[in-house]
Ligand binder design. Sequence first.
Ligand SMILES: *Cc1c(COP(=O)(O)O)cnc(C)c1O
Length: 358
Amino acid sequence: MSRVYNFSAGPAMLPLEVLEQVREELLDWHGSGMSVMEMSHRGKHFSAIAQQAEADLREILAIPEDYAVLFLQGGATSQFAMAPLNLLGESRRADYLNTGLWSKKAIAEARRYGEVNVAASSEETGFTTIPPPETWQLSEDAAYLHYTPNETINGVEFPFIPESPAPLVADMSSTILSRPLDVSRFGIIYAGAQKNVGPAGLTVVIVDPSILQEPLPMTPTLYQYRVHIENGSMYNTPPTFSWYVAGLVLQWLKRQGGLAAMGERNRRKAQMLYDAIDASDFYHNPVDPSCRSWMNVPFILADTSLDKRFLEEAEKAGLVGLKGHRLVGGMRASIYNAMPIEGVEALIDFMKEFERHA
Ligand SMILES: *Cc1c(COP(=O)(O)O)cnc(C)c1O
């Protein structure tokens, strides 16, 4: 077996221990005589799996008891619609911060359902900064403030949690579980699982039910948070296998020392990589150092004609998924929880060697 270091933005690497456990349990989960894929989502076996995963997520993130935790489908993209449909209520107005390509998508979708005030934007900088809070134009009657704490494509992240009178709604797809977080500051946190939680197909949503409004009249049943809360995420068949694997990732996370240990490791990984990039004229990261992402590190080669060779040689060295997003170009190394420090060291060694001989 030869496993590569996969720097893809998502679906991303999973911890090897978790994959081994999945293999171990694949044909006969804990003496049930069947695979998790074959179980009824309402049976006793899957109920145990589902409850344990929720309990572990609550413990790891210290989620306030009155918050709901949902395990849904549809990806973070579904939440671009679900949040406004359930939160806009009568005001039909929301504030959004535009800090990257995922913010833009969330804004475009919310505009289908209500009035969006873009309270601040860093688009003129090419999304390389976070606009300072004193420049934000928040509205008085916004139902909520939506933002993207970590912009996966642009590699820019908020070094703080925004202060807002309206409830905060955050797309944490690429930063959830990367470090400790004060969940009580948020109205809704949502995340597609395939970056830092588990396999694709699962969307984790953490909701303060007190902020929910009457859903807009056209809201499909499956897009109503209340329906999912009342049915324990089992109004219809949930993504059982992804839920199970996410549960194993959460147990792995606990064995690693939880979010404090993970945050320290992630800070170190990012620091090592940015230091290597900054020490060279051959590579460049365009993001303001005060808001560089710990999770997604874009970098460009001074001579872009070398891009193709860089990627080919990296792949030969067992370093894959480094091609930057097509809208940004260059390279991007996504270094989520499951990327070990050795993977980042291998990338840095490769980059130095490539610079030497290219
Ligand atoms: C990947 C990503 C998305 C899209 O997620 P899907 O699960 O594909 O819908 C949205 N927002 C952010 C910040 C992401 O990183």
